[in-house]
Design a binder for this molecule. Structure first.
Ligand SMILES: Cc1cc2nc3c(=O)[nH]c(=O)nc-3n(C[C@H](O)[C@H](O)[C@H](O)COP(=O)(O)OP(=O)(O)OC[C@H]3O[C@@H](n4cnc5c(N)ncnc54)[C@H](O)[C@@H]3O)c2cc1C
Length: 442
């Protein structure tokens, strides 16, 4: 619909004097993804007159594409029903320990409100299943309500903080679009609460008064334009992964990926609207990039080596942590190696099976690794794994098993080469170090 300058252009601001005859509301929300939908609903329930602008013809944005994991803890109903102890303090400790430059105030607020958020989500009109998925997967394959999704059981966190599963999945089987049910319910509740929702209407510029305060905005819907006055403007307009210039500036690694996941209007306009009134940008250089090699979870018992034939990451790490580490390796390439007792059918298409090898020496040569490197790495791994130990990277004993039964197979995780970001893909989990822009926790 609207054609808004993409690239790095920062929209001009509109002076407050232009608002003389403009319509007015108490709270003006930009974007009907999950953030904007929740903000609009709570503002309307608190008695505000709310206008919610959405550039697309439907609600949902990237939120509707998402798999349906909500990271919640501190003793939710699903955690209690499935016998998993958790506390607000443990959740805070884990999030602080695993986040680069943690915002402690935000993390505390998030953890302290987590049970309330869980209840609030269910009050929209659905229930998380009171069940637990014990396996290692990117997301529960079925409708199980809870699983470990992060690095809680990964060293060093597991030694310092009691691990608890916090990945709550909506009751929708499969990997993608689970959150759509939440977005549809949110739309129903938003309309019931009397929010004035305007689709195909994009915010184009912010209005500021002489003190620099935001007092409204300009919008466009096809050929029509207009202004709305409001002292409370909430911008929840999504990310920037579809804007090649912003990707090149902030997260160049994403520009080289085969698949970029996001929705059409992830062009960073909301961020640039913020910049237009002097907002400082944070964490722009932290994309979410992943290339999960599991399921099958038996592969987690294998070992991952770089092009020097050396291990560099505990294989039981959260898939995006592993992928981030792969990107730091020579040639941004790594090989997962498993023996025939653990090499089950490969299900992750962009971490493909490279080949099978009768001997470790043959594999070393076939993968082009330095002579003797893989042989030495595997001998050490196998020796300690047999005793349930991993002195180098501290993989959890549950995932340690000697890889001694030939033949051996190897999958490849490689940074794909491409000069521009591709069009949106509905595939989830993201594949072969693809990504969508989102804050990362490591
Ligand atoms: C395939 C996939 C799977 C994912 N799975 C998970 C998961 O399981 N768990 C998890 O926590 N996260 C997941 N994520 C990440 C998550 O989806 C996003 O972080 C989240 O949806 C962002 O929500 P949002 O409300 O900020 O943005 P969005 O949902 O993108 O909403 C922004 C809205 O603003 C609109 N908009 C943009 N510009 C304007 C404008 N100028 N005026 C008016 N409207 C505008 C857009 O059209 C859009 O509707 C996944 C992401 C992908 C791509």
């Amino acid at each position: 619909m609207t054609t808004t300058p993409a690239g790095l252009a920062i929209p001009a601001t509109v002076p407050a004097s232009a608002l003389a005859d403009a319509e007015q509301c108490d709270v003006l929300v930009v974007g009907f993804g999950i953030s904007g939908g929740c903000a609009a609903l709570e503002a309307a329930r608190a008695g505000a007159r709310v206008v919610l602008l959405e550039r697309a013809a439907v609600h949902g944005g990237t939120s509707s594409m998402s798999g349906g994991h909500f990271y919640l803890g501190g003793g939710t109903a699903v955690q209690r029903a499935t016998g998993h102890e958790d506390s607000v303090e443990a959740m805070i400790a884990y999030l602080e320990a695993s986040t680069k430059a943690p915002d402690k105030e935000k993390i505390r607020a998030y953890a302290e409100s987590s049970v309330e958020h869980f209840d609030w989500l269910e009050s929209l009109g659905f229930e998380f299943e009171r069940s637990y998925f014990p396996g290692k997967a990117v997301i529960q394959p079925g409708t199980e309500g809870l699983m470990f999704t992060g690095n809680e059981k990964v060293w060093p966190y597991r030694d310092e903080i009691p691990p608890a599963p916090r990945g709550h999945k909506v009751p929708v089987p499969g990997d993608t679009e689970g959150t759509r049910i939440v977005m549809d319910l949110l739309r129903d509740r938003v309309l019931e609460a009397g929010v004035d929702v305007r689709f195909e209407t994009g915010a184009t510029n912010l209005c500021v008064d002489e003190d620099g305060d935001v007092v409204g905005l300009a919008w466009r819907s096809f050929e029509r334009t207009g202004l709305i006055r409001s002292d409370a403007v909430v911008i929840a307009a999504g990310g920037f992964v579809m804007n090649a210039d912003m990707v090149a500036r902030y997260t160049p690694a994403l520009g080289e990926k085969l698949f970029t996941l996001g929705s059409t209007y992830d062009d960073g306009l909301g961020i640039r609207l913020g910049e237009s009134v002097g907002a400082a940008l944070e964490h722009m250089e932290e994309p979410f990039i992943t290339a999960p090699f599991y399921p099958p979870s038996s592969l987690v018992k294998g070992l991952i080596v770089n092009q020097e034939g050396k291990r560099f990451v505990a294989e039981d790490s959260y898939h995006a942590r592993t992928s981030h580490q792969v990107l730091q390796q020579p040639g941004a390439t790594a090989y997962l190696i498993a023996d025939s007792a653990h090499m089950e059918e490969q299900r992750m298409p962009l971490v493909p099976l490279k080949d099978g090898y009768e001997t470790i020496e043959e594999m070393e040569e076939g993968l082009g690794l330095p002579a003797g490197s893989l042989t030495a790495t595997m001998a050490r791994y196998n020796e300690y794994a047999a005793r349930g130990e991993d002195p180098d990277l501290h993989k959890h004993p549950d995932w340690l098993a000697p890889q001694t039964e030939g033949p051996w197979g190897s999958t490849t995780s490689r940074s794909a080469s491409r000069s521009t970001p591709a069009s949106p893909s509905a595939a989830w989990p993201p594949t072969s170090t693809d990504g969508y822009a989102a804050p990362t926790a490591r």
